[in-house]
Structures are given as structure tokens and as C-alpha cells.
Design a protein around this ligand. Structure first.
Ligand code: SF4
Length: 321
């Protein structure tokens, strides 16, 4: 896997990097702060590339347009400490060569790797740590949103033969994304109008969000359980109408799904609230030229049929829950 940021390329380490790695890793100001001794020769650097920097999510940090590593960054899966020994938790580790300190390169690389970890690897939480006195690393963690969890006193670090205090920090997917449900809103077409989910306590457009309400009341597990229960109820209803089942429900902004239905009098009525966030999905129905859509929340289920871009909508069923 190769990851890109504005100034950096993150790519796996390779044997040919040994000489370049040695140049930076022999510096006594770099390794010990991260728990390893300065490298003694190129042979040792090669061995480190093969046996330490070989994790599935370990990347050489290269300036864009060059292929020369200037540091390393890794999501250490199922390792480090007890808290990271879970399928959806890992530890962020990093170092960068002295000539590149103070340029914001580690935060830049870390944000991209964290985005990848949360979005693609399914992480719920990422942990990090710094030795007492390593203010540079602590500042990096603060800058990228990690918050202090605990201090582990008198920890023996075999690699450097020293006893240190360890400051442990963490960040959750929700904190990283800035959303209550952990949704990645980066590419949402409504981003400009959105006032931010956490900032508005789950009311980014002023109305209520079914996801935010459930998560605030009972946590993510309760929300997932509700969503699954609702999906099954929707599928019972769809089955009675010979419509294929809904495979998943998604959070949908009211303004996208609040269609206007024309009454025989010519008047148009709407049943939803543009400011709310609902659950729903679109379903392909064989032999139908129109699309089938479902919208629901804790109080109702709506099944509709419509043309391209929601044109000529027809209400098929409204069920109060
Ligand atoms: S769906 Fe609800 S909880 Fe999730 S980001 Fe949007 S407003 Fe926030």
C-alpha cells in the first residue's frame, strides 16, 4: 500500500533503504526517544528493515518526488499494550530524522495513516505513547487530536536499558472524524451547509439525527442493534409488497429524501423534515423502471417509488411504528 499526502509519500520499507536508514538512525537523538538504540552499521539497519520495519502497516516516510526515507510511521496491529490487543484497536508509532524536525511532517503523515486506519482497516481507536520528557512527541500527539489517558510509571524499556515514565494517549474514530457516529463527512456534498455533528450535539442541520439520538442514549452498540431491528421490520414490509430486501440502511440527510408528493387536488405534500437525518436506502426492483426507496426512523417507515433524481415520486406505503 502507498499513501500520499500533500508533501509526503508513505510506502513499505525495502532492503535498498538500508544505507539511507543508517545515516539517520545512527543519530543518538532519534532512536532512544522512541525506545531503540542508535544503529551501529548498515548491516544492522538492514536487519531492522527486515525484522522490525516489516509490519503490514509500517511505512517509510519519503518526501514527495524522492524515494529516500526520512522517517518511519506505523500502525502496530494487535501489539504494544493490552489495550491494542483487539481487532479494532492499534498503536501509532513514528520517528523522523533530525534535519526534518519542526516542519509538521509527522502530523501530516499521521493524519493520513489514521484516516486509512479508521476508514479502511476498521479501527475504532488508535493508541499512542511518549516517554516522559519527550515533549516533541507529546506535542505531535496533541496536535493530531490524541488525549491523555494514563501515566505508566517506572517502565523498563529493554531496547535502551532504561526505566522511563510512559504517557499513554488515544483517539477514537468519532473524535478523529468529528462526528458522533464516526461517519467520514469529508466528501459529503452538504459539507458547506453542515454545522458539524459534535459541535451541534448531533443536530448539524438543526433537526434531529436518528443515529446521534440512539448513540447518545445507549452507545454505538444500541444504535447498531436498533438499525438491524429496523432493517428486519422494513424487510417484512417489503416482502409483503414483493420488493427485494434492504441489505443495509444508511444515514440520509432529510433534504435529500424529503420528496414532494402530488395530491389529486394538485397540491404537493411532504412528510419529512429537511433538517433531520433519517435511515434508508435505495432498492433495485426487477421489472420496475422506477427506483424504490425506503426512509425510516424510530417512529415510521416510508416506502416510495420515484424516477431519476427523485422525480415523480409516488408514495407506496407509510407505516407508523
Ligand atoms: S449521521 Fe448523525 S451522528 Fe452521524 S455524522 Fe451525521 S449527524 Fe452526526
Amino acid at each position: 500500500m502507498i499513501l500520499e499526502t500533500e508533501r509526503l509519500t508513505l510506502r513499505p520499507w525495502k532492503d535498498e533503504d538500508a544505507e539511507g536508514l543508517f545515516e539517520y538512525a545512527k543519530d543518538p537523538d532519534v532512536g532512544p526517544a522512541a525506545g531503540w538504540m542508535p544503529h551501529k552499521n548498515v548491516k544492522e539497519s538492514l536487519s531492522v528493515i527486515r525484522n522490525v520495519l516489516d509490519g503490514p502497516q509500517c511505512y517509510a516516510i519519503c518526501l514527495k518526488g524522492t524515494d529516500a526515507p526520512i522517517g518511519s510511521i506505523e500502525l502496530i496491529l494487535n501489539g504494544g499494550y493490552a489495550e491494542t490487543d483487539a481487532y479494532d484497536a492499534c498503536e501509532l508509532g513514528y520517528w523522523i530524522a533530525k534535519p526534518f524536525w519542526g516542519q509538521g511532517l509527522v502530523p501530516e503523515a499521521a493524519r493520513e495513516l489514521m484516516r486509512y486506519g479508521f476508514n479502511e482497516l476498521g479501527m475504532s481507536v488508535i493508541w499512542c505513547a511518549a516517554f516522559g520528557g519527550n515533549t516533541k512527541s507529546m506535542r505531535v500527539q496533541e496536535k493530531i487530536g490524541f488525549t491523555f489517558v494514563k501515566k505508566v510509571e517506572g517502565l523498563k524499556i529493554e531496547g535502551i536499558g532504561k526505566t522511563v515514565d510512559l504517557y499513554v494517549t488515544k483517539i477514537s474514530k468519532e473524535e478523529f472524524m468529528g462526528t458522533i457516529c464516526g461517519a467520514d463527512c469529508t466528501n459529503c456534498g452538504m459539507k458547506a451547509a453542515c454545522k458539524g455533528c459534535i459541535k451541534t450535539c448531533g443536530k448539524p442541520f438543526g433537526g434531529t439525527c436518528v443515529a446521534a439520538e440512539y448513540i447518545k442514549a445507549g452507545g454505538k452498540k444500541a444504535y447498531e442493534e436498533f438499525k438491524e431491528m429496523l432493517r428486519q421490520e422494513i424487510n417484512e414490509l417489503l416482502k409483503s409488497m414483493d420488493i427485494p430486501e434492504a441489505l443495509a440502511l444508511y444515514e440520509l440527510a432529510g433534504s435529500y429524501v424529503n420528496l414532494g408528493y402530488e395530491l389529486p387536488s394538485g397540491e404537493t405534500v411532504k412528510f419529512l423534515n429537511d433538517k433531520n437525518i433519517y435511515l434508508g436506502c435505495q432498492i433495485e426492483v426487477p421489472d420496475w423502471e422506477l427506483c424504490c426507496g425506503v426512509v425510516a426512523d424510530a417512529s415510521f417507515i416510508l416506502v416510495v417509488r420515484y424516477g431519476i433524481n427523485g422525480s415523480d415520486p409516488e408514495l407506496i406505503c407509510y407505516k407508523k411504528r
